[in-house]
Write a protein that binds this ligand. Structure first.
Ligand SMILES: CCCCCCCCCCCCCCCCCCCC(=O)SCCNC(=O)CCNC(=O)[C@H](O)C(C)(C)COP(=O)(O)OP(=O)(O)OC[C@H]1O[C@@H](n2cnc3c(N)ncnc32)[C@H](O)[C@@H]1OP(=O)(O)O
Ligand SMILES: Cc1cc2nc3c(=O)[nH]c(=O)nc-3n(C[C@H](O)[C@H](O)[C@H](O)COP(=O)(O)OP(=O)(O)OC[C@H]3O[C@@H](n4cnc5c(N)ncnc54)[C@H](O)[C@@H]3O)c2cc1C
Length: 676
């Protein structure tokens, strides 16, 4: 039975420790979900979709994935995604990307599947870079899933430096075709998700060559497998790159071309073109072909925020039912969530999840504005958004990795078991530090922008600074943190500005001493990446404050203010040395920040479980359901972890027989031999 108690859903038969937590919350988790996901409708739709999915047994895992071989994992993820395909039109609005993302992550989880990149990396570049005629030819087929595609950019020898990609697309004047070629082993495409065994099409990034001139990376639509037999087409070598740290339900692949010909019309040519006579028509921005990457990066804050939120939901719920050790009362052990160290481990990460999701939605909107502007020929926003998303992508993926790892440790031994599901989430999330631009490389992209901005400010042209970096020209006026969030922002601005200026000055000094520009840059790179991180963390703080300011519901605003204060104090404490160094922050202020942090932990404690419940991840999504007693179990909403852990262990294939061949073949003979 389910009853609503103080606006909170309490279920009969739940672990009483979790029920107690839900009763102490000061807010309604449905209302919080509306704030997290942006509207009542979006939050409600997520619940409706989860509810509908839970009633379709074929969409649940038929076996626990950690017990499966790689082939079995791919078979299982493919079974689920194709079963889902049948149900999709009934379950979601097919034109709504958020609903599609939600239902796929619910059903498929983190292990990956052959269609995961079809929607996020194959269709978007086709939409962004393809002409209307090309949309007509391929987009409908792709959307209907008549063809399956991937995005093939990275090569064995080059990923970060895409100007040096070696795959060539040479224009043949005589046949009006492009000839795709892989000149060396290093030039093999390597890594693209779903390329290895599943896709029959790929958006391939290759260096465009016309009359021996290299025009740099361009995007081409390439059919790689026969649509009937699924065999690779002649001139194509394609396969799987083997097991990875995670995503083992997906077939990341390699791809090589042997003078493989495609029609001239397969160059995605909305913004650039090669005419019949070989004349190259330039795009309106040099980096137009990189626009798809800005799109993916702009989605990463919200994505990573929800990855971390899933790990935290598991860890916080478990911490509320795990009892170990004593505080004052020696007759009952305490919930580990009552330890200050446990709270310090988990609550700042909860705050970051909220911060990343809020920042993420703002960034996605910024990208949508950019996309609309680009469609009408205005590319002036590209540089700003490239810089911003480069920083956000790098900071959130790193901090998400930290947060998930804390969640794992917070679950003690059971966190290390795959029954927790945390290792799978971790493996997937930290891939984000590498994919879509290695973090250091992307931080250095933002640093270019910061250095230029500092140079403008130094040249007395603060009016030329965009709103994102206007603070680089602000005067240094000391602040009193007691006055609230704005003072924290000013303190952070001072820290970020000082680091950007320090790094720029060092860079200038190096060049003045005769070191070349590139070498000087490299000798300052650590300082430059520090500036980028600080700038990005400041931006995330500002978006958090903006979001909380915009909330009208008082009970929600109060708890989010507690969370925001925790975030402000935690972030500032982490970078305080920068402000202590030049005396901008006093040691008294430092003491104030610590005390505020500890008091925030206490304030959040009664709301901790409801703060993670508010993300409204279903047990299926956390792989914690036991529809057929086979799934990971630690983050269950009902909190019954122990008996389900036991069921999980019993379902291990190793336990299907009492005596394993490893014993009969090796251990027994060894022991027998020792007796002689
Ligand atoms: C519906 C179904 C849903 C299913 C859900 C299932 C849920 C499960 C959850 C699992 C989800 C996980 C998903 C995993 C997805 C994995 C996807 C991975 C995809 C990839 O990794 S694709 C490959 C990405 N590769 C990269 O990112 C490469 C990085 N390198 C670069 O981008 C460039 O090389 C770099 C670093 C930008 C340099 O480029 P270069 O051309 O050399 O430019 P310069 O450095 O010289 O700079 C010159 C100048 O250009 C400016 N610039 C650079 N880039 C841009 C840009 N994009 N826009 C605007 N301007 C740009 C730069 O700032 C410089 O400007 P200056 O003014 O300073 O000169
Ligand atoms: C899970 C996963 C999925 C992926 N999916 C796809 C996909 O679908 N399609 C696709 O095309 N690719 C994909 N990739 C590839 C991915 O985009 C690249 O691996 C990534 O861009 C990093 O490039 P790299 O491997 O060349 O790293 P490298 O550049 O070789 O990085 C190695 C080290 O060198 C450092 N480094 C490199 N250049 C610089 C520099 N200029 N300054 C300072 N340090 C530097 C890096 O910081 C890093 O520490 C995927 C990768 C992963 C892990």
């Amino acid at each position: 039975m389910t009853m609503v108690f103080l606006n909170k859903e309490i279920r009969d038969g739940d672990n009483p420790d979790l029920t107690e937590e839900r009763k102490t919350a000061t807010f309604d988790t449905n209302k919080m979900a509306e704030v997290i996901y942006g509207s009542e409708k979006l939050a409600r739709r997520r619940r409706e979709i989860s509810q509908a999915v839970s009633l379709i047994p074929e969409l649940a895992d038929s076996k626990p994935l950690p017990f499966l071989s790689r082939n079995e994992k791919i078979l299982e993820s493919t079974r689920k995604v194709t079963a889902l395909n049948e149900h999709l039109p009934r379950l979601i609005n097919m034109n709504d990307e958020d609903e599609a993302w939600h239902i796929h992550s619910e059903v498929i989880g983190f292990e990956g599947n052959p269609l995961a990149l079809h929607h996020s990396l194959f269709i978007p570049p086709l939409v962004i870079q393809g002409s209307d005629e090309q949309h007509e030819k391929w987009l409908g087929r792709a959307k209907r899933r008549e063809i399956i595609g991937c995005y093939a950019q990275t090569e064995l020898g080059h990923g970060s430096n895409i100007r040096k990609l070696e795959t060539t697309a040479t224009y043949s004047l005589s046949t009006q075709e492009f000839i795709l070629h892989t000149p060396t082993i290093n030039a093999l495409k390597w890594w693209p998700g779903a390329l290895g065994k599943s896709s029959n099409h790929a958006v391939v990034v290759a260096s465009l060559i016309i009359k021996e001139q290299n025009y740099g990376p361009h995007l081409f639509m390439v059919q790689i497998r026969d649509e009937q037999s699924h065999e690779p087409l002649p001139g194509i070598a394609v396969g799987d790159i083997g097991p990875k740290m995670a995503f083992n339900g997906a077939d990341n692949g390699f791809l090589g071309f042997n003078n493989f010909r495609i029609p001239r019309g397969n160059l995605l040519n909305r913004h650039c073109n090669v005419e019949v006579d070989g004349t190259y028509v330039r795009p309106p921005h040099d980096k137009m072909n990189y626009a798809g990457m800005i799109r993916v990066r702009s989605r990463m804050a919200a994505e990573q925020g929800t990855f971390m939120a899933q790990a935290l939901t598991i860890a916080v719920r478990y911490s509320a039912v795990r009892r170990q050790g004593f505080l004052e009362n020696k007759s009952q052990e305490v919930k580990v969530l009552d330890y200050q160290t446990q709270q310090h481990r988990l609550f700042p990460a909860i705050a970051r999840s909220y911060a990343f999701i809020f920042c993420g939605f703002e960034t996605i909107q910024k990208y949508e504005t950019l996309q609309n502007e680009m469609n009408s020929g205005n590319v002036s926003l590209m540089a700003d958004l490239h810089a911003l998303t480069s920083g956000i992508k790098s900071v959130v993926t790193y901090q998400t990795g930290e947060g998930i790892e804390q969640a794992r440790m917070a679950c003690g031994g059971h966190g290390y078991s795959m029954a927790s599901y945390i290792s799978e989430i971790y493996g997937c999330a930290i891939g984000g530090c590498t994919y879509e631009g290695e973090n250091m490389v992307m931080l250095l992209q933002l640093a270019r922008y910061l250095v230029k901005s500092v140079e403008l400010a130094m040249r007395g042209k603060p009016g030329d600074l965009g709103p994102m970096v206007a603070y680089l020209a602000y005067p240094d006026i000391k602040v009193d943190l007691v006055t609230g969030p704005e003072a924290y922002v000013k303190m952070f601005q001072h820290i970020s500005k000082r680091q950007s200026i320090k790094a720029t000055e060092k860079f200038h000094r190096k060049m003045e001493s005769g070191v070349s520009r590139d070498e000087a840059w490299n000798q300052c790179a650590v300082e430059l990446t520090r500036a980028s991180r600080l700038h990005t963390r400041l931006y995330i703080i500002e978006t958090f404050i903006r979001r909380v300011d915009s909330i009208e519901d008082l009970s929600i605003k109060m708890v989010l203010t507690d969370l925001m204060n925790l975030h402000l104090n935690y972030e500032l404490l982490d970078v305080a040395s920068y402000a202590l160094e030049d005396g901008f922050m006093s040691s008294t202020q430092m003491g104030f920040i610590k005390n505020q942090l500890y008091s925030s932990l206490e304030k959040i404690r009664p709301n901790a479980v409801s703060l993670v419940d508010s993300f409204q991840f279903s047990d299926l999504q956390l792989r914690s359901n036991l529809l057929n007693f086979l799934f990971q179990v630690l983050g269950r909403r009902d909190g019954h972890v122990y008996q389900n852990l036991f069921e999980w262990a019993k379902s291990s294939p190793l336990n299907q027989t009492e005596v394993l061949p490893s014993v009969t073949q090796y251990l027994k003979p060894m022991m027998e031999k020792a007796k002689l």
